[in-house]
Design a protein. Structure first.
Lengths: 163, 249
């Protein structure tokens, strides 16, 4: 906030594994969490981000810099987001959605959610369980009942096998 | 099943193509779980909200935690092309009824959880009015505020007539967009919630506009996208702030 005239203000962010990152304030305040800190005047030293690891934070900062360099053009921003997420694997996406949630960045959160949804919707239940680390806590009878329910809901319009 | 294991092989490189990978999965899952289980419900709901409805519902099979998450998605969009994987063949009469039956079963599954906006895009042809009305009653019970009904795939593809009387069955409805069907003048009941109405490529029968304007007392915006000129005597309607005609010729 209290910028020295002429030079853009830089913030220092610290990941939970003690990596330090410099980022322009104008890009960092895409995160509502960071913006609030800046506005409250507690962004003077190092900003610790306890829920984000260095690898994920580096990625988020790349995104912050990239998207804030694009002028107000929703089409271009969208294509940047698509390109940015296109080479990320599922684990990275899961880390990023958590980071986006913690940093309160709704545009990134929305884009990553959409991307994860896109990955999930083409996969089997077993695949999603393994990738998400979801423990199947249904009894076989319960699981059959839930399956039956969703099958029945779309009976007649079933075109693929969702095993 | 082998197909799915193959995909993981590409992703992780560590896996062998072995159907009995329980050991690997349990250790990998335990490792991964620390991160994944932190995902709060609202993130999971945000993910589910980006899926087509059918996929969203099928996530309920994953585990007990996921059982009812899809019921929290408040904006629902049904598109017959996603449900059937192709456009409806107008000569196959049963399909639009199948869609509406599925929609009704879905809405039944949603009983008790509010839906904010509902979008249905389907080529209605020889549609069962009973099933359609049932759908509207359900939407009324679920507190829908925004409704988008696209009744045809292209101009003239649908033989569907929307009965204006159904509007009074959704007492929470504020916004209604109707396209590609006919609209006969059938409004006999008062509709006191609707504020914003948009008709696009609707074959508006004589008298229908007058019906809407006399019965929808809260209407403040009325837009029409039409392809033919209508004789409209509606400009003396006092509470209506905005009337827009687009593409009028």
């Amino acid at each position: 906030m209290a910028a020295e005239t002429g030079t853009p203000t830089t913030l220092t962010l610290k990941s939970n594994d003690d990596e330090l990152f410099s980022v322009a304030e104008s890009a960092a305040i895409l995160s509502v969490t960071i913006r609030n800190m800046v506005e409250d005047g507690c962004a003077g030293g190092v900003i610790p981000l306890d829920n984000v690891d260095g690898k994920t934070l580096a990625s988020v900062i790349t995104y912050m810099n990239g998207i804030s360099a694009i002028p107000a053009d929703e089409e271009k921003k969208k294509s940047y987001r698509d390109k940015f997420l296109s080479d990320k694997d599922f684990e990275t996406l899961a880390d990023m959605v958590l980071a986006a949630n913690y940093l309160n960045m709704s545009c990134l959160m929305d884009a990553v959610s959409a991307k994860i949804a896109q990955v999930m919707e083409k996969k089997s239940v077993g695949w999603v369980r393994r990738k998400f680390g979801i423990e199947n806590d249904y009894t076989p009878e319960e699981e059959a009942a839930v399956k039956e329910e969703h099958k029945w809901t779309f009976e007649g319009v079933e075109t693929d096998d969702d095993n | 099943m082998t197909f799915y294991f193959l995909e993981i092989t590409f992703a992780d490189n560590l896996l062998t193509l072995n159907e009995n990978c329980d050991y690997y999965y349990s250790s990998a899952a335990a490792e991964k779980k620390d991160i994944i289980s932190q995902l709060p419900d609202d993130i999971l709901i945000s993910i589910i909200a980006h899926m087509p409805v059918k996929c969203a519902v099928s996530t309920s099979v994953l585990s007990k935690r996921w059982r009812n998450l899809h019921r929290c998605v408040s904006d629902i969009a049904f598109d017959c092309r996603y449900l059937l994987g192709h456009q409806i063949d107008p000569y196959k009469l049963h399909e639009s009824n199948l869609i509406i039956e599925s929609v009704n079963r879905f809405l039944w599954l949603r009983s008790g959880s509010k839906i904010h906006s509902f979008r249905l895009s389907c080529c209605f042809y020889k549609l069962s009015i009973y099933q359609f009305n049932h759908c509207i009653y359900s939407l009324g019970r679920l507190g829908v505020e925004k409704l988008f009904l696209r009744c045809g795939c292209y101009l003239g593809s649908s033989d569907f007539s929307f009965s204006l009387d159904l509007l009074s069955e959704i007492p929470s409805l504020k916004y209604f967009e109707l396209s590609l069907c006919s609209l006969p003048p059938s409004l006999t009941k008062q509709c006191n919630s609707l504020q914003d109405l948009c008709l696009s490529y609707v074959n508006v029968c004589p008298g229908a506009i007058e019906c809407i304007l006399s019965k929808c007392s809260r209407l403040i915006s009325f837009r029409m996208v039409i392809s033919s000129r209508l004789s409209l005597r509606i400009l003396n309607w006092s509470s209506l702030y905005s009337i827009t005609y687009l593409n009028c010729r």
